[in-house]
Design a protein around this ligand. Sequence first.
Ligand code: LMR
Length: 394
Amino acid sequence: MFAQLNAQPKDKILALMGAFKADPRDTKVDLGVGVYKDASGHTPVMRSVKAAERRLVGEQTTKSYVNLAGDPAFGDAMVDLVLNGAVARERVAAAATPGGTGAIRQGLELIKLAAPDATVWVSDPTWPNHESIIKYLHMPMGKYRYFDEATRGVNFDGMLADLKNIKAGDAVLLHGCCHNPTGANLTADQMAQAIEVIKAQGGMPFVDIAYQGFGDGLDADGAATRAIASAFDNVLIAASCSKNFGVYRERTGILMAVAKDEAERDIAQQNLNYLNRQNYSFPPDHGARVVTMILTDPELRADWEAELEEIRIGMLGLRKQLASELRRLSNSDRFDFLAEHRGMFSRLGTSPENVEKLRADYGIYMAGDSRMNIAGLNEDTIPVLAKAIIDAGI
Ligand code: LMR
């Protein structure tokens, strides 16, 4: 049996983690996988998460099964966090999933159940695992232009032109905030225009929101998702708690299906439950329970929001410092886009050869498409990276 298996390509982002670990240089800098790191390079457990976990261990009296869709309180808390009343709660079906990836996978499967021939449109570029899962599910995929290599901003004209090619019933994957891998984001006005085009074409948005709170703030980062949810009869939303709660390994995420009305919501909910049952039965509970406790306890929530804000402001500071160091060294404003980007990532916009040069000669690790995890920097490594970028002729 196993002799018939083909070798599988390594996931490029995850392979970087191994390569970085194996590098003996103590000057190495990890700008690879999307995991938040503090100035000392450590990924901390957030204060509120520690406190909620302690409380949970003390209070929990059973580990028995919960529901196929997970704890309803988690659904309520997350719908509130992401949608904040933008659509009536009765219209939203929700199911907990193993992380944001689980929600993406279940969302795609839901599309496949409803409309097996629907094309799923993704931004070019997008998080590589979007494309990988779509291909794995043998779903038709289309790409809309997104990144302008010259300005390192959004190629909005190209995006709108390509969205006009979608067919009624197609799904359009949009990043709710903090675009991964580029860091370039639509303005509110541009999002409103994109919504109009997708609506006119009869498309259905599928929002991936994995970095709420890492861009312009918890509330501001939800604005695009809310605008989308309130503009359509049907919307899918995959939300991750991995980054903004720092619970990466607990696999905590949720898929929401905004339906036309309550009756349609019930059917959507049955399908979400069914898909969970087919794929893994009950979703992981620990992270979801911790998140629920934080979101519903005023003291824990205030502390979580404060720490998340510290993280966001810290990353913004790193962006500004890097852009200003590059401005000084290059005597130009061609790297100012780094301060404009939002979220954990920025695409530097250089060739795979230069990315490899930065790794080999300077021990700087970034994804092959020149995506940098800004949180991997600190005050000491910013000048090192800036100098390497200039020395490498980027
Ligand atoms: C990333 O983009 O680096 C993260 O979302 C981690 C992952 O699973 O790829």
